[in-house]
Design a protein around this ligand. Structure first.
Ligand code: G1P
Length: 288
């Protein structure tokens, strides 16, 4: 049984849902409370035991690379100002992990982005983390899903029930329940008009390397893009794929309203600003 050591983080999309904020700034660098989205994802990957992080980027995304790099000028200035805490934090971010970057030269879809990582992954199972999806879980999702992977030796998707009117925003599975919280996936439909269930795929996946073969023959689907969901639908005809209903909170940081909700939730539990923020919100609620 091979250990999952590598994670692919696709970060090459246009971020059109956040325009104009994302005209000159990668959406992965938008802040959630006091950290950019991508930092939550990288920290979660490390907590999940990942040894190698592969970020798929595109033109205009160099701020992501800079964020995880050393910045000697900034460190010098913080040192001069005696800002020890900030200096340590800035250094810690640069030392978080060894990150490889791949450039996706054309944005042909999520499935295509995953395919660009094939050479880095080789023939081993790996994880995919989508940076739009933020989780607050006692046990990181990948650890919960890894337990299923160990027992069933197939790809595992994080799933969760969503309201009927929300199903058209996600990849939706057709499930066959095999245990509490665990389903065999019989089909996957990306952003369906007629959903096969209310179980949506949220952005954490454990994939076997057979996904690459499937993605190579996946035709463009929803939005004219090569969809990971369609690749999964092809793969599950040859190899079982599982959906695991994870335990934990989920925040959709992929659109402005979702990002605001996530900001409120995470700011409320923030060790430094949480208490003051709660006080402020209490004051507001009487005016609303
Ligand atoms: C992507 C996937 C979709 C999944 C969703 C989770 O869609 O294509 O299957 O349900 O992430 O957030 P996107 O949000 O990029 O449109």
């Amino acid at each position: 049984m091979m250990k999952i050591r590598k994670v692919v983080i696709p970060a090459a999309g246009w971020g059109t849902r956040f325009l104009p904020a994302t005209k000159a700034l990668p959406k992965e660098m938008l802040p959630l409370a006091d950290k950019p989205l991508i930092q939550y994802i990288v920290e979660e990957a490390i907590l999940s035991g990942m040894e190698q992080i592969i970020i798929v980027t595109s033109s205009g995304k160099s701020a992501i690379q800079d964020h995880f790099d050393r910045d000697f000028e900034l460190e010098y200035i913080l040192e001069q100002k005696g800002e020890r805490g900030l200096l340590e934090e800035v250094r810690r971010i640069a030392d978080l992990a060894n990150i490889c970057y791949i450039r996706q030269k054309e944005q042909l879809g999520l499935g295509h982005a995953i395919l660009t990582a094939e050479e880095f992954i080789g023939r081993e199972p790996f994880a995919v983390f989508l940076p739009d999806d933020i989780f607050d879980a006692e046990v990181p999702l990948l650890k919960q899903m890894g337990e299923v992977y160990q027992r069933y030796q197939g790809s595992v998707l994080a799933v969760r029930r969503v309201a009927k009117e929300e199903t058209k925003r996600y990849g939706i599975i057709k499930p066959k329940q095999i245990e509490e919280r665990l389903y065999q996936v019989l089909d996957v439909v990306e952003k369906p008009e007629e959903a096969p269930s209310d179980l949506a795929i949220l952005g954490r996946y454990i994939l076997t390397p057979e996904i690459f073969e499937a993605l190579k023959t996946t035709p463009p689907g929803w939005g004219g893009e090569i969809q990971l969901s369609d690749g999964l639908a092809l793969m599950l005809q040859k190899q079982a794929v599982y959906g695991y209903e994870f335990e934990g909170e989920y925040y959709d940081a992929g659109n402005p309203l979702g990002l605001l909700k996530a900001t409120v939730a995470l700011a409320l539990s923030h060790p430094q600003i949480g208490a003051d923020f709660k006080e402020y919100l209490r004051g507001l609620s009487t005016d609303l």
